[in-house]
Every structure is written in C-alpha cells, then in structure tokens.
Write a new protein. Structure first.
Length: 271
C-alpha cells in the first residue's frame, strides 16, 4: 500500500527538513485505534524506512527520515485507545496492539508524540512508546480500562513504571484517574506542555532542532539509551562503545571535523 492509499492515517514527509508525520485520522472516533489503523501505522513507518533505503543508494543522499511526529487529527484527542465498537466482541488473543507498539518503539529515528486532548488507554500506551511527548495544556491522561473490567494490556503497566515508579502506575491503572497536562508534566509522563495555540509551532521547533543533527548519531543515541533501559549497565556500555566506534568511520563524522576546523556549519548526509 502506498501512503496516498491510507484511509485511517495521514502520512507526510518534508524533504527539506527530513521531518515525517503520521496523523491518526479518525477524529469522529477521537482517533481510536482500529485494526486497520494499527496496520496503517506500521505501513506508514515502513514507508519512511523505504525512503531511507532509497537515500542510501543515491550518491549525494543518505538517511532521509530524521524524526517523525505522531499526532491525532482534530483538537479533541491524540488517541483514546482501542475502538470499542470494533473490539468488544473480539475473542481474547485474536488481535492486540503489541506489534504496532513495538514497531513504533523500535523505529530507527526518534518519534515525537504531539498530544492535544485526550490521551487515554491504548492512546497513552502508544504515546509511551514514543521517544518524546509534547502536550497542550488542555490534554488529559489516564488508563480507564479497569472501568471495563480489564487492564492496560499493551505495555502500559511495563513502560510507565520506568517513568513514574510502580506505586504511581498502580494508582493510575487501578483508579482510572484522569490527570491533566500539568500533573503529567510533574510526573514525567510528558516532556513539555504548551498552550494549545502554540503547540504546533513548539513541536515543529523541537523536531527540527533534532532533525538538524547528524542522523546516524541521533539514531545510535536512541538505540544506546533504549538498550540501557532493557538490559544492564555492562551490556549498555558495551553497545555504546561499539556504536561510538562505528560512528567515527562515517562520512558525517569526517564532515563534522572538517566543519569544526573550517569554522562553518556542517552539512550532514546521513552516511
């Protein structure tokens, strides 16, 4: 499927900045996740990787996708989790969101969740798989699953404790409490909070600030930090050393040294 054929997401790529966008485009459903939507998110990320492979075969190009912004259409919600109308009759184990969440989390380039409105249930789990979370002051966060007799089942009880600790995670999941953006910021769930009118500009500024950096180094930093969270200090330090050594053999490292010596801005190729 080509990006122009997507029905539940809007896929965009800015060739000048290297910033990609995936917009959950189901505002009438508060951007709830259907099976088709999950499949198209995966396909959208694969389309960005296809651009990167194309760039690596071009003489004067390299890694093209510098960073991706993930957001929800409309002003009411980032995502409210699963589409209950679609999933309430599904037998356990028939379908889950884990493959999509894993794909987002393991995507090579960093992903920023732009959150404006409700970020609940699977929507919060989706945001937690992203590398950064930037929210409007009108956003709300929570795990309402317990009110349906279930629990967060796609990583929420596993990823959130790394941020807020085990007891706070239990409280949010057991009470279905909604917290506002200011409290989410205090808890560390989001990285920045802005006024709704300023959110787009602030997200663009943040994304482009990272997109301006050497993409291979950015991706290696993402991998190294993620590995440190999933393994142990010894393994993380070993990977960090190997990745750092590999980066010294890249064209971007050579360009960075030359630019420093010539007192000019570097031109990163992602090679």
């Amino acid at each position: 499927m080509q990006p122009e054929d997507f029905e539940t997401i809007d896929w965009r790529f800015d060739e000048e900045t290297g910033v990609g966008r995936i917009v959950l485009d189901r505002p009438d459903k508060l951007n709830a996740l259907s099976k088709q939507c999950c499949d198209e998110i995966i396909e959208g990320l694969e389309a960005f990787e296809a651009l990167d492979r194309q760039g690596l075969y071009e003489e004067d190009d390299g890694v093209k996708t510098r960073i991706v912004v993930l957001e929800g259409a409309g002003d009411d919600a980032f995502c409210v989790g699963s589409d209950v109308d679609e999933f309430h009759d599904v037998k356990p184990g028939v379908f889950n969101f884990n493959p999509m969440f894993t794909r987002v989390e393991e995507f090579p380039a960093p992903i920023v969740a732009k959150i404006d409105g409700y970020c609940l249930g699977g929507g919060l789990e989706l945001a937690l798989t992203c590398d950064f979370r930037i929210a409007s002051e009108d956003s709300q966060f929570g795990f309402p699953e317990i009110q349906l007799g279930i629990m967060p089942g796609d990583g929420g009880t596993q990823r959130l404790p790394e941020i807020v600790g085990p007891s706070r995670t239990k409280e949010l999941a057991m009470t279905a409490e909604h917290i506002d953006a200011a409290e989410a910021l205090d808890d560390g769930i989001v990285d920045y909070v802005h006024q709704s009118a300023d959110l787009e500009a602030e997200v663009v500024e943040f994304a482009e600030r990272i997109a301006e950096q050497p993409p291979l180094a950015v991706r290696s930093i993402k991998d190294a930090v993620n590995i440190s969270q999933e393994t142990n200090l010894r393994t993380g330090r070993y990977y960090e050393r190997r990745a750092g050594n590999w980066l010294t053999a890249t064209e971007d490292h050579e360009e960075g040294v030359e630019a420093f010596e010539e007192k000019r801005d570097p031109e990163w190729k992602g090679q």
